[in-house]
Design a protein around this ligand. Structure first.
Ligand SMILES: C[S@@+](CC[C@H](N)C(=O)[O-])C[C@H]1O[C@@H](n2cnc3c(N)ncnc32)[C@H](O)[C@@H]1O
Length: 355
């Protein structure tokens, strides 16, 4: 199995160094060491493992949900250089030693060049899946304990072949949930909050954790893209911002606009959900989220940490340390998830609540 000596990690183009720093740290935490190969702008990183078997170990021991900058991952070997012609049969020759998988996704880098391979990838993986099912090289049923086979397509003849556990990898191809921009939403950033819900709250829990008629506070709300999502779930929203809110949203009767500083605002009574999209120092926003959750001003908080600086990974680690220190001091158990969402740019989105 020493053939599988690397992890291929997808990220937003331009965030390869953050993805590399993250996988290096996460693997070191479980005693696995390697080095990264990356080109800035490629939208993926290769992590080369030193010991045979370590790539498989890493993908088992590191919890995918704890990864922030890595959108999707797989264990793989060297780049396959295929000949023009019957490429399906060529791929099949590499499957003798391959672990048994239940389905196949063909992915590509989320870059301008990568996206041009979308149609080829879809057609090729569909034909390959059909062939592998006929030859029983793919199992008949996908379960949570299955492995998923991946192709990571660099061109029609250059492909990484790999796999990842279904229950320890992104649930959407390329790690990108396909969301449709709602025409009546006042800003594109509305999709950030919707994507955050998909990553952080299991859909089966939405009715309980994003309950209809609940109270919510949206800090830095204008013009109202995030408030729009809350209103769609029939919540009653206090929108805190000195800027103007969208008129249609105000007419819903579910929004109270408060013109105040987000960092000074205190809710008159506890609310279910606090969300915050203010552009300010990450540590300041992290501290504010701790205050809200620790004081019981909200049950759950979803907030953006803006990362316009060079040392983005270090800044995120400083925030994670702040959460750990503050909650440990109080003896409070908490749940924190953070993700560089597809709809995030130079920022990550976090979810925080007490356990
Ligand atoms: C990125 S925009 C929010 C976009 C909003 N989430 C949406 O979906 O439409 C950031 C907002 O934060 C507001 N803001 C910045 N600093 C603030 C502060 N200290 N208190 C309140 N609002 C603030 C700005 O006025 C701006 O409207």
């Amino acid at each position: 199995m020493s053939y599988f000596n690397r992890l291929l990690l997808q990220c937003r183009s331009g965030f390869e160094k953050e993805a590399a720093a993250e996988i290096t740290d996460q693997c070191a935490n479980v005693g696995i060491y390697g080095y990264c190969k990356l080109n800035l702008g490629d939208g993926y990183v290769l992590f080369i493992l030193q010991q045979p078997g370590d790539a498989e170990k890493a993908i088992d021991l590191v919890n995918f949900n704890t990864l922030i900058f890595i959108r999707q991952w797989m264990v793989c070997g060297d780049l396959l250089l295929l000949e023009q012609g019957d490429r399906i049969s060529q791929i099949q020759t590499y499957l003798d030693d391959f672990p048994s998988c239940a389905d196949l996704w063909a992915e590509y880098a989320d870059t301008t060049d990568g996206r041009e391979l979308a149609t080829f990838s879809r057609k090729f993986s569909s034909a390959l899946s059909q062939k592998l099912r006929q030859s029983k090289q793919l199992q008949s049923k996908v379960t949570q304990s299955s492995l998923r086979m991946f192709l990571f397509v660099l061109s029609g003849t250059e492909i990484y072949l790999g796999y990842a556990p279904v229950n320890n990898s992104a649930p959407w191809p390329l790690g990108i949930p396909r969301l449709k921009f709602p025409k009546s939403a006042p800003s594109r950033s509305t999709l950030k909050l919707e994507e955050a819900w998909h990553w952080f709250i299991p859909k089966k829990d939405w009715d309980q954790r994003l309950p209809f008629s609940a109270k919510a506070v949206d800090l830095g709300a204008a013009p109202g893209g995030w408030t729009w999502q809350l209103v769609q779930r029939s919540m009653f929203v206090t929108a805190v911002d000195n800027g103007p809110m969208n008129d249609d949203l105000m007419e819903s009767g579910q929004v109270t606009h408060v013109q105040e500083d987000a960092y000074r605002y205190q809710p008159p009574e506890p609310v279910h959900l606090m969300v915050c999209d203010v552009v300010d120092k990450p540590v300041k926003t992290a501290q504010m989220a701790v205050t809200w959750v620790k004081n019981g001003w909200c049950n759950e908080a979803i907030f953006n940490l803006k990362l316009p600086m060079k040392q983005r990974y270090q800044e995120v680690i400083a925030c994670l340390n702040l959460f750990a220190e503050q909650f440990m001091q109080e003896g409070l158990a908490y749940e924190l998830s953070a993700k560089h969402l597809y709809h995030d740019r130079e920022e990550i989105t976090c979810h925080l609540r007490l356990l």
